[in-house]
Design a protein. Structure first.
Length: 273
């Protein structure tokens, strides 16, 4: 079995279709891993959701911040933001089925010696702990009371992990770490405003994966979320960053995990209101 890990789609279905024609896929045995943010900002979120859902066990997808945003908007707990392109999903005849499927996705996936997460891991977390913490959020999302979680999900506080956190503060912190993290301080305090390049990071902060003593160091990690970071295939540090800005006219990227073979398609630049 070959596994192809694919970067943030954000509704770019035509680019996904093109990329899949470039992959030497054996549909009876290979698997596609999607790093999250299936939807939003691109033109075809509905088509992406239907397609990936339809792949069944041939696909694995972790939740990204835009996927969670769709769930929150669908329940009326968040407004549509300028630039959101979620109307197609929200108005679809199979909307309930698609959102139910999305809500059941994991926040972290560990298999074949790799760990995939949308944004990153806080430096205090090793993979085992991160998987346990992700399970707490997954349980909240899959419970009958999931609306209570979505209603309180948004917010930047608390911004630093503590084992003593409880309730919604704990769940919000875990969610932000796994789906929004880009940079943090040496003690793991997250900063959410910075979305730019490595050279522009505010003083006192660094990419989460460069924090000294990071407990997940030495693990094979796959993530997306940070388009300004771009493709990052760093073997010594075992990092695969796969958000190559398809939405912004960059590329859509897939990496075959067994040999790190790289597959890319160019994506059209899109206008945004």
């Amino acid at each position: 079995m070959s596994i192809y890990a694919i970067g943030d789609l954000q509704g770019c279905f035509e680019s996904l279709e093109l990329l899949l024609t470039r992959l030497p896929l054996r549909w009876d045995q290979d698997q596609l891993w999607f790093v999250g943010d299936l939807v939003n900002r691109g033109p075809h979120s509905l088509e992406v959701l239907r397609y990936v859902k339809g792949l069944g066990s041939r696909a694995v997808c972790v939740l990204g911040n835009h996927d969670l945003h769709l769930l929150s908007v669908s329940e009326g707990f968040a407004p549509l933001h300028r630039g959101d392109t979620l109307d197609g999903v929200l108005e679809a005849c199979d909307r309930i089925e698609l959102l139910e499927w999305l809500r059941q996705r994991p926040l972290i996936h560990c298999a074949q010696g790799y760990t995939m997460v949308h944004a990153g891991l806080l430096p205090q977390w090793d993979v085992r702990q991160a998987k346990e913490l992700a399970g707490e959020v997954e349980q909240a999302l899959r419970a009958a009371s999931y609306r209570e979680f979505l209603k309180e999900m948004y917010g930047n506080r608390p911004h630093r992990w503590s084992p003593g956190l409880a309730g919604m503060d704990r769940l919000r912190l875990i969610t932000n770490g796994l789906t929004r993290l880009r940079i943090c301080s040496a003690d793991g305090s997250m900063e959410f405003a910075h979305k730019g390049a490595l050279c522009d990071i505010p003083k006192g902060y660094m990419p989460w994966f460069q924090v000294p003593g990071r407990r997940s160091a030495g693990e094979n990690l796959i993530f997306g979320h940070w388009s300004a970071l771009g493709l990052h295939l760093d073997q010594p540090s075992r990092l695969l960053a796969l958000d190559t800005g398809c939405l912004w006219g960059g590329h859509l990227t897939a990496v075959r995990l067994e040999d790190l073979a790289l597959f890319q398609v160019s994506c059209p630049r899109r206008s945004h209101h």
